[in-house]
Design a binder for this molecule. Structure first.
Ligand code: HEM
Length: 525
């Protein structure tokens, strides 16, 4: 039997043990909450910026192999969490709202004087803004059969002009660089959808406005130095010059768009929606309310159309530029595309949107171009909207988050020999497009910030590819080795290359389909 004092001793020991266990549990929970993602040693002042080099997405993928899919670096004064591989979907889909913010970067506030939806922070007004922008894009492109038919006509007109230009340049120069023509061509399609007008390829103002988009994406891409070392703006240095150019090109672009919106307000007729600008004027000029007191008025028309026009140009022209490069770099793939298109589309007609389901290899080619090049390697930077966690790591509110799409598209655990260009990886044995595998390609992002132009882009790239291989043949300049290297920014742009273009039959089908009548300089309705 236990003596009284023994009993007292046991109970003191038990309470001590219990208190200790509670303390340890609390300590464990606290440590868990403080558990930050691992990462490389940051240098004073600059952090890890110098290590990123010319291809940050590749540097991040190397770090992911060492530290795992979630790691942290320091860029100047900011801690940046980088998400790779499958952690991207776990964060952006499963904890969508927590990771849907945008950082308070200086450059982001410059875009549309802080009224941009694409660069604006998450919240009730952003949700309303995104809904309005998405509705306008859908209504004027892929929303219903009428919108699709009108969109298809715009693409057809531009492919015709582009091909004419390619043929003329081949006749004059034998081999030429297609970059500027791809840019004007894709910008013209979006200009037709946004403003109801197209431009001659020689129009200087238009070439200047769309040409400077590349400078824009250089500054807002992940790893832009001015945003993480804001003090660089205050004394003369190359970053300050870049930042001044950035503000200047934003002013120029906003001026161009505001001019278009003003013209539309003057000529708008009630009940007639000519283009996306009209759709936005009708939706916003009378004021639009949303949840939690959110409100958008007419002053948001120009920023919204700027988001749509701006986000589409650089991405779609870069996609087309890569497609042409890959057609000449892999001539056997170009032949295979032609074989499939010829089997389905007779020489007496042109490919249409309806042919898409019967041209799985064309779609497999487009998915492989997107996967292989991953030409938007890292999305627009995100930030956390509240204290949150991912894979057991604590991430405080307002942390900058980079989404490395490239790491997903080049993950050897997911893709067989990811560094090899092979559209057949998306084809099942019975020659059908493997849609499940295609949905693993990450280029339009996922979750709340997923691109609103995805459907439009896929249709446009399908039409460009099938029309071009149906109508002409691309060859590379044999005097210059074809490389697949690029310049880094929000989009990866192929370095210059030269091609020749020859017609397979005649331009008759295209001419009959559109009969475009380009004027000299200036907009054409
Ligand atoms: C191949 C073409 C395109 C690609 C690869 C692409 C890719 C992307 C990516 C990666 C983002 C950032 C998502 C994020 O931050 O997580 C984005 C955002 C956006 N894209 Fe696209 N895009 C393309 C074409 C377009 C087009 C044609 C439009 C307009 C019709 C468009 C409009 C936008 C807008 C407005 C945003 C901002 C969305 C937001 O912040 O909520 N994009 N896009």
């Amino acid at each position: 039997m236990l003596a009284l004092e023994d009993l007292a001793g046991v109970s003191v020991r038990s309470s001590l043990l219990l208190s200790l266990s509670v303390l340890l549990l609390l300590l464990h929970l606290w440590l868990q909450a403080q558990r930050r993602p691992p990462g490389p040693f940051p240098w004073p002042v600059v952090g890890n910026a110098p290590q990123m080099g010319a291809a940050p997405h590749r540097y991040f993928s190397r770090l992911a192999r060492r530290y795992g899919d979630v790691f942290q670096i320091r860029l100047g004064s900011r801690a940046v969490v980088v998400l790779n591989g499958d952690a991207i979907r776990r964060a952006l889909v499963q904890k969508g709202a927590d990771f849907a913010g945008r950082p308070d970067f200086t450059s982001f506030r410059v875009v549309s004087d802080g009224r941009s939806m694409a660069f604006g922070d998450y919240g009730p007004r952003w949700k309303l803004h995104r809904r309005v922008a998405h509705a306008a894009v859908r209504a004027l492109s892929a929303g219903d059969a009428r919108a699709r038919a009108s969109f298809e006509r715009h693409v057809l007109s531009e492919v015709t002009l582009l091909l004419r230009r390619f043929l003329r340049r081949t006749a004059e120069e034998t081999f030429f660089q297609p970059h500027a023509d791809c840019l004007v061509s894709t910008a013209n399609i979006m200009s037709a959808l946004c403003f109801g007008s197209r431009y001659s390829h020689d129009d200087r103002e238009f070439r200047q406005v769309v040409g400077r988009n590349a400078d824009f994406t250089r500054t807002v891409g992940a790893g832009s130095i001015v945003d993480v070392m804001p003090w660089l703006q205050y004394f003369p240095n190359p970053i300050q010059t870049l930042y001044r150019q950035f503000t200047e090109l934003n002013r120029e672009f906003s001026g161009f768009v505001r001019g278009k919106v003003a013209e539309h307000r003057r000529s708008a007729a009630a009940g007639v929606t000519r283009d996306m600008t009209d759709a936005l004027i009708f939706a916003l000029d009378k004021g639009l309310g949303g949840a939690a007191g959110a409100f958008l008025g007419g002053e948001y028309v120009s920023p919204t159309i700027s988001d749509i026009f701006g986000a589409s140009q650089d991405t779609l022209s870069t996609a087309l530029h890569w497609i042409v490069l890959i057609l000449v770099r892999y001539p056997e793939v170009q032949t295979q595309l032609r074989v499939e298109v010829d089997k389905v589309v007779a020489r007496s007609r042109l490919p249409t949107i309806e042919d898409q389901a019967r041209l799985p290899y064309v779609m497999a080619f487009i998915y492989e171009v997107m996967r292989f090049t991953s030409f938007v390697p890292i999305t627009i930077p995100h930030s956390t909207t509240s204290d949150t966690s991912i894979d057991g790591y604590h991430i405080p509110k307002n942390t900058v988050v980079f989404i490395n799409q490239w790491s997903n598209n080049h993950n050897p655990a997911k893709w067989d020999r990811p560094e090899v260009f092979n559209p057949l990886r998306f084809m099942s044995q019975d020659d059908v497009l493997d849609k499940d595998l295609a949905s693993n390609v990450l280029i339009f992002s996922v979750g709340k910030r997923r691109c609103i132009g995805e459907d439009l882009s896929k249709i446009q790239l399908f039409l460009f590819t099938s029309l071009l291989v149906h109508q002409c043949t691309f060859t590379a300049d044999p005097s210059q080795p074809l490389r697949l290297d690029y310049e880094y920014g929000l989009t990866l742009k192929p370095n210059p290359y030269r091609i020749a273009v020859t017609l397979r039959d005649s331009m008759d089908l295209l001419k009959e389909a559109v009969e475009p009548q380009p004027r000299g300089d200036g907009a054409q309705s």
